[in-house]
Ligand binder design. Sequence first.
Ligand SMILES: *[C@@H]1O[C@H](CO)[C@@H](O)[C@H](O)[C@H]1NC(C)=O
Ligand SMILES: *[C@@H]1O[C@H](CO)[C@@H](O)[C@H](O)[C@H]1NC(C)=O
Ligand SMILES: *[C@@H]1O[C@H](CO)[C@@H](O)[C@H](O)[C@H]1NC(C)=O
Ligand SMILES: *[C@@H]1O[C@H](CO)[C@@H](O)[C@H](O)[C@H]1NC(C)=O
Ligand SMILES: *[C@@H]1O[C@H](CO)[C@@H](O)[C@H](O)[C@H]1NC(C)=O
Ligand SMILES: *[C@@H]1O[C@H](CO)[C@@H](O)[C@H](O)[C@H]1NC(C)=O
Ligand SMILES: *[C@@H]1O[C@H](CO)[C@@H](O)[C@H](O)[C@H]1NC(C)=O
Ligand SMILES: *[C@@H]1O[C@H](CO)[C@@H](O)[C@H](O)[C@H]1NC(C)=O
Ligand SMILES: *[C@@H]1O[C@H](CO)[C@@H](O)[C@H](O)[C@H]1NC(C)=O
Ligand SMILES: *[C@@H]1O[C@H](CO)[C@@H](O)[C@H](O)[C@H]1NC(C)=O
Ligand SMILES: *[C@@H]1O[C@H](CO)[C@@H](O)[C@H](O)[C@H]1NC(C)=O
Length: 392
Amino acid sequence: MELSRDHQHGCGSPWKRFLLIAILLSFWTHPGFAEIFINTVPTQPMEGGNMLLIALNTPDDILNATWYSWFRPWYPAMIVSCIPTNRTGPCAQVFSPAHTTRKILTHWNILEIRNLTLSDTGFYSLLLDTESGPRNASTYIKVKQADDSISKPKISANTTVPVAEIDSVVFTCHTNATNVKILWFNGGVLLSGGERLQLSSDNRTLTILRVTLGDQGLYYCRVENNLTSATSDTIQLTVNYSPSQIFLFTHPTRSYENVITSDLNYSVVLNCEVSGSPSPLVFWFFNGTECWNRSVYVIQRLSPKDLGNYFCMARNSVGQQTSPSIQVRLPQDNSDIEPIEPDPIYSLSGAPAICLTVAGIAGIIFFIGGMTYSVLNRKSVRKGKSQECGCI
Ligand SMILES: *[C@@H]1O[C@H](CO)[C@@H](O)[C@H](O)[C@H]1NC(C)=O
Ligand SMILES: *[C@@H]1O[C@H](CO)[C@@H](O)[C@H](O)[C@H]1NC(C)=O
Ligand SMILES: *[C@@H]1O[C@H](CO)[C@@H](O)[C@H](O)[C@H]1NC(C)=O
Ligand SMILES: *[C@@H]1O[C@H](CO)[C@@H](O)[C@H](O)[C@H]1NC(C)=O
Ligand SMILES: *[C@@H]1O[C@H](CO)[C@@H](O)[C@H](O)[C@H]1NC(C)=O
Ligand SMILES: *[C@@H]1O[C@H](CO)[C@@H](O)[C@H](O)[C@H]1NC(C)=O
Ligand SMILES: *[C@@H]1O[C@H](CO)[C@@H](O)[C@H](O)[C@H]1NC(C)=O
Ligand SMILES: *[C@@H]1O[C@H](CO)[C@@H](O)[C@H](O)[C@H]1NC(C)=O
Ligand SMILES: *[C@@H]1O[C@H](CO)[C@@H](O)[C@H](O)[C@H]1NC(C)=O
Ligand SMILES: *[C@@H]1O[C@H](CO)[C@@H](O)[C@H](O)[C@H]1NC(C)=O
Ligand SMILES: *[C@@H]1O[C@H](CO)[C@@H](O)[C@H](O)[C@H]1NC(C)=O
């Protein structure tokens, strides 16, 4: 078999470059008494990978080069011998007992072993017949076991509480595994790229542009190869938004002009429902002054000092929203406007309210969708609080 300097297949250019350097080095080193040594590329060969054994510091006057898979020349461990036809030209190879197709002599001083197995671990030696006598060198190679398992990837995000329609979020999947596929999930649903959802070419980062409420959820990444996979922890993405639309529910119900008419001693309930994230604080204002700091404001017995204008304001870290103003007044013309009879279910209004105050029971009214509402009987809730609210 003829082997030339260019005889080499399937190796990437870094290998080729290294080979060239190694070959040049082998020619340029001066002959003499310097020790021959065998370099390993890569220094840590991996199971399934390839490895080069490169003899350096070699003398000029080589007659014969023989590689062994043993710590000293020993015929059963002889792999191949190479007799250079001239100093720079091809050499003739003679295969020996320990030769396999995975072991390739690419140049007389370079032995390549492909598809490494753990049994390739051991000593290798090179015996050179030179005009000035035999020279030899040996080395020990430990083939590292390939690790098929993938360690758990780490996930990070540059924010977990972005503001809707404004902020962008970048998730990163950190893994040391190579030759793997990286997949992203939100709540178990595989994500693929889109207009606002961008995956980097290696899927290591997931960018969500101008997040929306629909982007909320539990994000995680999964790293997988053909054999196994590993999943990161999850990151909860909570999209923050300003208090948006305020829904006002009142008892008695208000007119289109946002006017509530009620007789004195009757109950008036003002409920301000609003969503937002983080959960907004809700304040009621009477005649421009804050009078209550929750969403439901109950005037158990309307008195003249409660008559006036109310509005609610909802506020969170993102923004705030104010309701229209509601006027609470007495029926202007008793012959014209009937005082609104309290709904007996609530047991709150008018004369019964006195009993309620005595009994110490108040109701909190939840209006659901403005259509239906129910009463939670809560004992001693806000007894008389509305009277002490400080509305002046
Ligand atoms: C090369 O060396 C090997 C081992 O020393 C030997 O078996 C072989 O005969 C030699 N070949 C030549 C042509 O000298
Ligand atoms: C070495 O061999 C090559 C290829 O056979 C040949 O081209 C070259 O001239 C030879 N060099 C010497 C110095 O003989
Ligand atoms: C290395 O292994 C792969 C698959 O495992 C195979 O296709 C290839 O032919 C092998 N190469 C050598 C030199 O044995
Ligand atoms: C190999 O070289 C060492 C010195 O480098 C020498 O002691 C030993 O005898 C040599 N072995 C053979 C088989 O030539
Ligand atoms: C996250 O990183 C992206 C890209 O660098 C940037 O556009 C975005 O503003 C960052 N988000 C936050 C909340 O810092
Ligand atoms: C990647 O390897 C480095 C160094 O060994 C280590 O510090 C880091 O935690 C590893 N990263 C992951 C995601 O395993
Ligand atoms: C990137 O993710 C997409 C969709 O989630 C997936 O189809 C693709 O195989 C992934 N590519 C890589 C290199 O992980
Ligand atoms: C994994 O599978 C894909 C296709 O099924 C194949 O192209 C690839 O070579 C495989 N990788 C390994 C390391 O077996
Ligand atoms: C309201 O109740 C008080 C006693 O609690 C009573 O003095 C007053 O007359 C009542 N007002 C009306 C308009 O019913
Ligand atoms: C609401 O008001 C009460 C007393 O009026 C006060 O103790 C409480 O801290 C206030 N809460 C908020 C969130 O302002
Ligand atoms: C609240 O404002 C209304 C209308 O401006 C006014 O008639 C009423 O006297 C005010 N009430 C108090 C307690 O200031």
